[in-house]
Design a protein around this ligand. Structure first.
Ligand SMILES: C[S@@+](CC[C@H](N)C(=O)[O-])C[C@H]1O[C@@H](n2cnc3c(N)ncnc32)[C@H](O)[C@@H]1O
Length: 281
């Protein structure tokens, strides 16, 4: 049974080559993917090799160290930008029930949407806050590592063919109006009301290497940390801890948790199912 060993060696070698590739990217471009989850990294590097029509990881490395456009494309592969409006609608129901009453007690609040991708989550929160009469008292800071998705988010134009699905999500999320009031259908897509973006600052921020930049009452970081290995997740938990005001809320995605992390004792579970945690010490 020599084959499994050979396959094992092959994977090990590939692992080492990927480590070297990530080291090179870090040195040349400053993006640090060295602690991303290995299985997902492997898949995405292979996809970029296919995309660039190269056979080896070192050929890919050669290409991307010399051509920032290749780096840009790999960044898009690595950063998995899949998102949706009112994604996981039950999260928004819980947000209305458990976070909105707390926000009402503040004259002004700051929210950080970390890893906002093309902005669908940000516009969803803006709609929810507007419906709760809080939009003029809240500022959202929406950040992502990837400048290309941020540029799209700033436009606030989403695919028209998604509107049926988003309308269903909106209703299941407890939406109280007609969803079509929020956008105008244009040839290039569904253009969302400008006012929804007025309280939003979109900016590039790297959760791996950048520091805290403000104090927040709520931080949402959904479907981002799943791509990070445990030590990196813990680093980011620390960043969120430092960035939250006392009694501030951390909202993670359905597959992510602060449990079993060194920061767990600083948080109380607000909603176990929807992964809402409150900073208590
Ligand atoms: C799957 S999307 C999640 C979008 C949205 N939060 C949601 O739940 O629908 C993950 C986003 O995390 C961003 N991301 C990945 N690594 C990051 C990092 N180190 N710093 C900031 N954002 C990062 C990606 O660019 C991508 O837009």
């Amino acid at each position: 049974m020599a084959l499994p060993v050979e396959r094992g060696e092959e994977l090990e070698l590939e692992g080492i080559e990927i480590e070297l590739l990530l080291e090179g990217i870090h040195r040349r471009y400053g993006f640090d993917f060295r602690q991303y989850a290995p299985a997902s990294l492997r898949r995405r590097v292979r996809r970029r090799m296919d995309g660039e029509k190269v056979e080896t990881i070192s050929a890919l490395q050669n290409l991307l160290l010399h051509d920032p456009a290749v780096m840009e494309r790999l960044l898009l592969d690595l950063s998995v930008n899949v998102t949706a409006m009112f994604r996981d609608p039950s999260f928004f129901v819980s947000f209305r029930e458990k976070v909105v009453p707390m926000l009402r007690t503040y004259p002004f609040a700051r929210l950080w949407v970390a890893g906002c991708s093309t902005g669908e989550e940000v516009y969803s929160l803006a709609i929810l806050l507007a419906e709760e009469g809080l939009w003029d008292r809240v500022r959202i800071y929406a950040t992502d590592i990837n400048e290309a998705v941020l540029a799209q988010a700033r436009l606030g134009v989403f695919p028209l063919d998604k509107m049926q699905e988003y309308t269903q999500n909106y209703i299941r999320a407890g939406g109280t109006r007609s969803f079509s009031e929020y956008y105008v259908a244009r040839y290039d897509g569904a253009r969302f009301a400008r006012e929804l973006a007025e309280g939003v600052v979109f900016a590039q921020h790297n959760l791996v290497s950048d520091a805290a930049f403000n104090e927040f009452n709520v931080i949402t970081c959904r479907n981002v940390l799943i791509y990070f290995a445990q030590p990196l997740q813990e680093r980011v938990h620390g960043l969120f801890y430092d960035s939250l005001a006392m009694f501030g809320v951390l909202a993670l995605g359905q597959k992510e948790t602060i449990r079993f992390s060194p920061h767990e004792p600083s948080f109380e579970e607000l909603d176990a199912e929807e992964r809402l945690f409150k900073k208590v010490r």
